[in-house]
Design a protein around this ligand. Sequence first.
Ligand SMILES: Cc1ncc(COP(=O)(O)O)c(C=O)c1O
Length: 428
Amino acid sequence: MTELKSMSKDELTALHNKYLKEYNNYRDMKLNLDMSRGKPGAKQLDLSNDILKGLDDYHSANNFDARNYGILDGLPETKKIFSDLLDIPEESIIIGGNSALNLIYDTFVRLCLFGTLGSTPWLKLPKVKILCPVPGYDRHFSICEELGLDMIPVPFKNDDLDMDIIEKLAAEDETIKGIICVPMYSNPTGAVYSDSTVERLAKMKTAASDFRIFWDNAYAVHHIYKENKLADIFKLAEKYENEDRIYMFFSTSKITFPGSGVSLISASKNNIEEIKKRMSIQTIGYDKINQLSFVKFFKNADNIMKHMEKHASILRPKFDMVIEILEREFKENKMCRWLKPDGGYFITLFTYEGCAKETVKLAKEAGVIVTNAGATHPYNNNPKDDCIRIAPSYPYMEELKTAMEVISSCVKVATTAKLLEQFTAIPE
Ligand SMILES: Cc1ncc(COP(=O)(O)O)c(C=O)c1O
């Protein structure tokens, strides 16, 4: 096939019309497929159904009656499982409610209202900026935007954070108060931060003494193809005497049931004390019945890892299918490229610049909903307009196949339309 960019106007028009015809056939099918969020599919949810069977005993290991008020920071056995699973000390953990995002939000709000360990509350400062690796997770960006924190997008380099840029910005600007990131199987790129990146984040000099790393380790055990290992940011931060810099978040949303799981925040001794003090005003305690049900179901961290292998075996064919269809559809013409992750929930598709929004719009018109193009960037603004997040987990295989064929068709229509723009006569 002739290189796309060297095609004549006639050749490109013919190709565009061919793609348009294929696209119109899909549109006539009146599909209704939603791939907008990274939700587990029904088979994955079924893996945890026994958790719903209820408790035959309401007492925790220390004989505490889980039905009653008490124990703000979580049942000891719940902490123990997470401690073994994530290799973090039990005393560094506070168990939260059903959502890690909720804990992230609360952590930001506390910093804004009260500051931390004696620092000025962020909302009392004229400007506070947060570094946001892009492409990133839209709900992180919404939290910053809602609280009026300026977001500075920072790029990835070779599928890892660009630490030269991050170190420079953090060192020279004291209004930069933190970074929010997903270090393992990043949402959406699937990037896993290298040991050197983790060490540099733990070590780097920051102009702000209350600089904080929001370490959203949502996919820490969500391996699909390969089990990666993330360097221990707490140990490294301790080595460089920056242990108060880190807040780590995790939840079982994509282990058991999203919205009905158990979340946690892990941090230094100083931070944990401070958080508990503030939390005690906010709640008498989180849902211990849920914490106990989780413990009774899994019993130990090894069983969680076995359970995650079952998730992986359901997800793998779906990820394989997405990649296979992309490889097949774009074998001849390189209209897009994609990142194949080792784990997590997403495949990121990069189109030609200026084609992502149009691709998503066309897909929507053909009944296939994907996350808004732009959502991967702060303020919904990806200046290159080239990034689309694909979430393969929720649809059934047949639906996913159709959805990917439609999305591929949309990429082709949008790309050829974009290339044709160069032939549009500019009036003299
Ligand atoms: C990176 C990341 N953090 C947090 C969440 C939400 O976690 P939770 O359900 O525990 O609030 C998600 C869900 O997609 C996510 O991708």
